[in-house]
Design a protein around this ligand. Structure first.
Ligand code: CP
Length: 326
């Protein structure tokens, strides 16, 4: 367990202690102010080089990591995988060795293989490695930005700032995560973040979309999604991952929506205080109704916006060791 991310790789959110999680959230809160300035730039990573390697598709994570690195004044090397020598069959090890030879301080990497970021951290021990999503394993910065978003929303309701509350707002908070848990690295990182900060987490999914070994996760698995909705303070909806063959795990999309979709009819029965989240990208009309995604209860756009200050905090702590002017 790490008590601080300073100078460390971020590979698996389960490795961060509660105080390390709070350190990231508090640091991110400082960077929110930078992102409100006319000139959204600080010199914290001036002279450092961050390589952005996305071997799997991304919109939010890649753009917000690259924006975060640039706002910290780092130089960003962005590998266009589709037109790189990866397409000629170059191995991950050789690709990383090539990029390291160019002189880099950090790698932000997404890969379809679970464990790829851990492997790269072994290849380049002197370079900081940030996992931007590896297969079904982890998406640590999504877990951090989801926790940051929740803490901000709850603190605002009390007229406070999140950083003044530490993890207090998570105590007794009931989070229900619904959808394709089996194929979701976000589910794993969200559970690590929420439970690590003191919340209670329940999972709802058709049996075929629950992961093997879920009984060992620090969560409850609910049998009746409709019945569990009324007890949730927060509902985190997850995408059906067509690219990972989810279609083979449900009889039809419409049956999934009927049993586990966050429809307008279901939301109409909830308290107006219930917070609705989705990491994106969404399948509107499948796991979440379009009107629900766009409703006042939804914080989905805030989740995206918070990706920048949270990723600035991760880069600042991991790559600069939390040192340096800004
Ligand atoms: N939430 C998320 O990881 O989105 P992207 O795949 O667009 O990065």
């Amino acid at each position: 367990m790490m008590d601080s991310l300073r100078g460390q790789n971020l590979l698996d959110l389960g490795e961060l202690s509660r105080s390390a999680l709070i350190e990231v959230l508090d640091t991110a809160e400082s960077f929110v102010e930078v992102n409100r300035r006319v000139v959204k730039k600080v010199p914290a990573l001036k002279g450092r080089v961050v390589a952005s390697l996305f071997f799997e598709e991304s919109t939010r994570t890649r753009l917000s990591f690259e924006t975060a690195a640039k706002r910290l004044s780092a130089d960003v090397l962005s590998l266009a995988v589709a037109s790189s020598s990866v397409k000629k069959g170059e191995s991950l090890k050789d690709t990383i060795a090539t990029i390291e030879a160019l002189g880099i301080d950090a790698v932000v990497m997404r890969h379809r293989s679970s464990g790829a970021a851990v492997q790269v951290a072994r290849f380049v021990p002197h370079v900081r490695v940030i996992n931007a999503g590896d297969g079904l394993h982890q998406h640590p910065t999504q877990g951090l930005l989801d926790a940051f978003t929740l803490r901000s929303v709850l603190a605002e309701r009390r007229g406070e700032r999140g950083r003044d509350t530490g993890a207090e707002l998570f105590a007794g908070l009931r989070v229900l995560i619904v959808g394709d848990i089996r194929h979701s690295r976000v589910a794993r990182s969200d559970v690590d973040a929420y439970v690590g900060l003191g919340a209670t987490v329940s999972l709802a999914a058709p049996g075929t979309l629950l992961p093997e070994g879920v009984e060992e996760w620090p969560v409850d698995v609910v049998d009746d999604f409709d019945e569990s909705l009324a007890r949730a303070d927060v509902i985190g909806v997850l995408r059906l991952q067509h690219e990972r063959g989810t279609g083979a795990f449900v009889p039809s999309l419409s049956e999934f929506t009927a049993t586990h979709g966050l429809t307008a009819a279901r939301v109409a029965r909830l308290s107006p205080e219930t917070i609705i989240m989705h990491p994106g990208p969404m399948n509107r009309g499948v796991e979440i109704d379009a009107s629900v995604a766009d409703s006042p209860a939804s914080v989905i756009t805030r989740q995206v916006a918070n990706g920048v200050p949270v990723r600035m905090a991760v880069l600042y702590l991991s790559v600069a060791g939390g040192e340096g002017a800004w």
